[in-house]
Design a protein around this ligand. Structure first.
Ligand code: GCV
Length: 719
């Protein structure tokens, strides 16, 4: 009997132990988990430094900051940190810079270095008491500073000597949701749209607030709720009420809402016969619509517009220019302080010109013709969010028109929902590119932050990867891309490594071994992906329509510029798109210094080689290999990279949360399968032109080209 009881108790305790030991993290809390710090030494130190918090004011934004500091400190330190109303030893003080609490300290040297969204964090003594001041000119600055401070604790950084002065470099830091009103998401791989239009405005999903918190924590201050392939219906009164309900949730977190404006809305929901931007009735319709919107949403951000692109209506339907269209909307928004973000993603299959050149040809002549509340939103590269593209030639080419960046966070062309690809290196590659538009150092970042040409407004947009999946982004590492986008929009000088370091610490662990391993995986992941998908400047060779998987054989479709053969141009002589003077001459759209590099076979970096040059299969590469061999080795290297990633990941078993571990492990196995699929399909296909063997030491594809060409995916996600 006694023995039986002992056994039962042992089993009970073992079960209890294993329950507490196998943590399960479903990813919902993103990088704002605020779990108790596991390193006891670090925890003890913080507990000796932080005794109270004090926040002045009670605006909705200050209340959000209070809620956050309370939740954050209590969670991270594992005990209730009380609020105080007077300065006491070890207080965290959240106040505006003009607060009486700060009247005895001179903040001027800091304040002159921050704008209205910036903040200052100082470790100091106030009235003889050790204090950490989080201050700003505005409430939103205080909230941003609060998130920064909590991040320091989450990442186990020292807090005894703080002198942080931080201000966003870019004004509009915006997510673009390609979400439809029926809740499907174009190029979305994380479930359905988080906007529950049917139940809005009365039903406020808790996700909305969590979405706002997450975005505010990385400085995102705007969200375009709807797809650029727009539906006019969202501009009807009933839907605007729903939009207003979302705006109310986001407002305390400094996030403005924007909508996509379908150019033909005056016809579709306004009953007019035309949407001609020079027609008086049409202009009046938009003015009244703007009035109606601002009546419901006084801080409405403005419109994002895709016009005369991929079948969307636009001013050219009426023989007008993009400037005519954008200015009509800008005029309607102007009295209320709204902006128009007009996309430069235009190309037309009927124009017999290299697609890569068309946006530049269309927009460059319009420089200076836009009203001052219009930004032109330009994708990072001249084609379409490929794994690698050179920077878009419009950057630097429109000194009189604010150009804003459009990145894609959702991985339409980089493995969609199943590949671990950390995008910060891709974003940085574009931002750091030198346009030479005003001599050396005229980086894309300096174009879009407005400093190079004195733009009055500046912006960076990221096409969102968020959906209804429990962990928001489908792939856990998709969260890192959302995070990296926000952090870079705030400060593009941060390195990919710094951002990864922060995110890993907040998502997985502050254990050095774990950080080093995951960081190594993240930092190489984009290059691995380029290698197994589109090495050496290849591009746009993915599956038809759904863009899932490889399909370099796509040809003979109703649009040539949507086929793969249009882009790789493989034939018995060689491969690549000649964009030099002997070809489409797209190089001449770049400033001479850049054009010279891209044009020259000696100077053109290998990574852009086939983007700009058509070269024979036996062309001698810098490595000494032939072009054909080099292509093969890159494809194989990409796959080997994923194998290496899996090995590293496996070594993290029991070192990180078990649910996180298993989730990523399963996805990595899919990624490996798909990387091999990409490699085999592309190498076999290009081999039909090169007629050369795959180098001996490389494993041979185990399936035939026919096999790959016959695969079909009618239900691939995202369309
Ligand atoms: C929203 C690519 C995508 C489309 C997208 C388009 C755009 O072509 O495949 O789904 O449409 O870009 O950016 O407008």
């Amino acid at each position: 009997m006694k023995n039986g009881l002992a056994l039962k108790l042992t089993i009970y305790f073992l079960l209890l132990f294993s329950f507490f030991n196998s943590k399960a993290d479903d990813g919902y809390r993103l990088w704002l988990k605020y779990d108790r710090i596991s390193n006891q030494k670090v925890l003890k130190l913080y507990l000796s430094q932080i005794n109270y918090w004090l926040a002045e004011g009670d605006s909705p934004t200050i209340n959000a900051a209070k809620e956050e500091i309370q939740k954050g400190l209590n969670g991270l330190l594992g005990r209730k940190i009380p609020q105080t109303f007077t300065i006491k030893e070890g207080v965290i003080l959240l106040v505006r810079s003009n607060s009486d609490f700060l009247k005895n300290i001179d903040l001027s040297k800091y304040l002159s270095n921050i704008n209205n969204e910036g903040y200052i964090i100082l470790s100091t003594k106030l009235y003889g008491k050790r204090t950490i001041i989080i201050t700003a000119k505005t409430d939103i600055g205080i909230l941003y500073g609060t998130f920064h401070f909590l991040r320091l604790i989450q990442t186990n950084k020292q807090i005894d000597n703080l002198e942080v002065v931080s201000s966003p470099k870019i004004k509009l830091r915006i997510l673009n949701h390609w979400d439809n009103l029926n809740r499907t998401v174009e190029r979305g791989y994380a479930g359905f749209s988080i906007w529950d239009w049917h139940r809005l405005p009365d039903y406020i999903d808790t996700r909305y607030k969590d979405y706002a918190r997450a975005n505010a924590s990385i400085g995102i201050n705007g969200t375009v709720l709807t797809n650029v392939n727009a539906n006019a219906w969202v501009l009807t009164y009933d839907y605007l009420l729903k939009v207003a309900a979302l705006a109310n949730v986001f407002r305390p977190y400094g996030i403005k809402v924007y909508l996509t404006a379908r150019f033909s809305a005056p016809i579709e929901i306004g009953g007019l016969k035309t949407a001609d931007p020079l027609n008086e009735e049409v202009r009046l319709w938009w003015k009244n619509k703007a009035k109606e919107i601002y009546h419901l949403i006084p801080d409405f951000g403005g419109f994002l517009v895709k016009a005369n692109s991929e079948g969307q209506p636009g001013p050219q339907n009426y023989g007008r220019t993009h400037a005519d269209g954008a200015n009509m909307l800008a005029e309607a928004l102007k009295p209320f302080g709204g902006v128009v973000m007009w996309r430069a993603f235009v190309y037309d299959n009927n124009i017999k010109e290299d697609r890569a050149k068309q946006a530049y040809n269309e927009f460059k002549p319009l420089d200076g013709k836009f009203l001052d509340n219009v930004l032109i939103q330009v994708k990072n590269g001249p084609i379409d969010f490929q794994p690698r593209e050179p920077f878009h030639p419009l950057f630097g080419a429109m000194p009189k028109t604010p150009l804003m960046m459009e990145f894609q966070i959702t991985q339409e062309y980089l493995g969609q929902g199943t590949h671990l690809v950390y995008l910060a290196p891709l974003f940085k590659e574009t931002l750091d590119s030198d346009t030479y538009s005003k001599g050396e150092g005229s980086t894309v970042a300096k174009v879009i932050d407005g400093s190079l040409f004195n733009y009055k407004i500046s912006g960076m947009a990221g096409v969102s990867n968020i959906g209804t999946d429990r962990n928001w982004t489908g792939h856990l590492f998709g969260q890192a891309n959302w995070y990296a986008f926000g952090r870079l929009a705030w400060d593009y000088n941060l390195s990919s490594e710094e951002i990864a370091d922060e995110w890993i610490r907040m998502t997985f662990s502050c254990d050095k071994m774990v950080i080093d391993k995951i960081k190594a995986i993240m930092l190489k992941s984009r290059e691995d992906c380029v290698n197994y998908m589109t090495p050496l400047g290849l591009h746009h060779i993915m599956g038809w329509n759904h863009h899932y998987g490889p399909a370099p054989w796509i040809k003979d479709k109703h649009r040539e510029d949507w086929t793969s053969v249009y882009y790789h141009r493989a034939d018995s002589n060689g491969i690549g798109f000649d964009r030099t003077k002997t070809g489409s001459d797209a190089v001449s759209q770049y400033f001479p210094k850049v054009a010279e590099v891209f044009s020259s076979l000696e100077k053109c970096p290998d990574k852009y080689l086939l983007w700009f040059h058509h070269l024979p299969w036996d062309y001698k590469m810098k490595s000494g290999k032939t072009l054909w061999e080099e292509i093969c080795y890159h494809y194989y290297k990409g796959v080997d990279g994923v194998r290496e990633t899996i090995k590293i990941w496996d070594s993290l078993k029991n070192k990180i949360d078990s649910e996180q571990f298993e989730h990523v492990k399963m996805l990595l196995n899919i990624q490996l399968k798909e990387a091999i699929w990409w490699r085999n399909a592309c190498v076999l296909y290009f081999q039909t032109f090169s007629k050369r063997p795959i180098p001996n030491e490389l494993e041979k594809p185990d399936k035939s080209l026919d096999y790959y060409m016959n695969l079909s995916f009618p239900y691939a996600p995202g369309i």
